[in-house]
Design a protein around this ligand. Structure first.
Ligand code: 5GP
Ligand code: MN
Length: 320
């Protein structure tokens, strides 16, 4: 069922014990919104656990509460009044799904591709650049003064989901929220400096990836296709796509990583084409200009499949 902002605030306020989770392969918005909501709810005296089933990149250790993030343990069960799933539909949370038992599930998200379902409550606001921006809305709705700790976490998701306030999803409300969070104690320079630090090997891996990028669709698309051997070797590939999306004339950028013999992860970014429509064809999702999916097929087949889908989208002008 779709909830309003005030119904969502009431659901949070009614619960005493809450478990918060977000999507696997967590990014700044997933981690920032989980920790930000944790701080907001703790200031209301609630018992809150953040549980994420994945590695948390070390750069986020600058966020207050980073050490409190629990990892799901197989066989363990946690009971709570309300299970909150952030920044994704509820099927991308890994083993946390089996570890938490709650009478009510509340999903809070900003992806327009989230279809919701009839068993769980959904608050979806696709006009917000980040789930962190929605948590900021909720704190206001609940009349909670945002602490410095919460502000650091919520600012992080605003920054990372907008490419540090460069993408079209950053609108006046996003900047106002950011300004309020800075007033509350968020330190933008501390966050951006912590997040830009990379191990030297990651910069070398970027060099390797850029040396093999391919242009296709008459130069309107660019792709980096990493074999299973390369994917296994490279610790972080997150930044790669940003370097090919800037190529003059390129509308769609794609990075494909072969994780297992029949499992390839796809990330897409675009200037015009609705890449969420491509991702949705393969059970993925995301935003118009940033989306992803998993192709359950071998590397070469996955590569030709996604290239053909992107070519079609460009040729047919899938513009939202
Ligand atoms: P990224 O390329 O950074 O992994 O993801 C880009 C956007 O698409 C993010 O908002 C992310 O949450 C969403 N996304 C990526 N992969 C998937 C997927 O497999 N399923 C869904 N529903 N969304 C995805
Ligand atoms: Mn997000």
């Amino acid at each position: 069922m779709n909830l309003t902002l005030s119904e969502t605030a009431a659901a949070l306020q009614d619960a005493k014990t809450l478990v918060i989770t977000a999507h696997v392969n967590p990014d700044g918005d997933a981690i920032g919104s989980s920790l930000g909501l944790m701080h907001v709810l703790r200031s209301l005296g609630k018992d809150v656990t953040v549980l994420l089933d994945d590695d948390i990149p070390a750069g986020f250790s600058v966020l207050p509460g980073y050490d409190a993030i629990r990892r799901s343990v197989e066989g363990e069960t946690i009971d709570c009044d309300l299970f909150v799933v952030l920044d994704t539909m509820t099927d991308r949370i890994g083993k946390v799904a089996e570890a938490v038992r709650a009478p009510r599930v509340l999903n809070i998200d900003h992806h327009h591709t989230n279809p919701g379902n009839d068993k769980e409550d959904l608050y979806l606001d696709a006009t917000r650049a980040a789930t962190c921006e929605i948590i900021y809305d909720l704190a206001k709705e609940m009349n909670v003064a945002v602490s410095k700790d919460a502000a650091m976490c919520l600012y992080t998701g605003l920054a990372t989901d907008t490419g540090f306030f460069r993408f079209s999803n950053a609108v006046a409300h996003t900047y106002r929220a950011a300004a309020d969070l800075i007033d509350a104690g968020a330190q933008p320079n501390v966050i951006s400096e912590a997040l830009e630090i990379k191990p030297m090997q990651t910069v070398k891996d970027l060099g390797e990836a850029l040396a093999q990028f391919e242009l296709f669709a008459d130069g309107k698309a660019a792709g980096i296709f990493l074999t299973q051997e390369q994917t296994a070797r490279m610790a972080s590939t997150e930044a790669f796509i940003g370097h090919i999306r800037v190529i003059d004339g390129v509308d769609v950028a794609v990075v494909l990583k072969c994780k297992e013999p029949n499992v390839c992860r796809v990330s897409m970014r675009s200037k015009h084409v609705d890449v969420s429509r491509i991702a949705t064809m393969y059970d993925g999702g995301g935003h118009i200009r940033a989306a992803g999916c998993t192709l359950k097929m071998p590397f070469e087949q996955a590569k030709t499949t996604i290239m053909a889908a992107i070519e079609t989208a460009i040729r047919e002008g899938w513009i939202a």
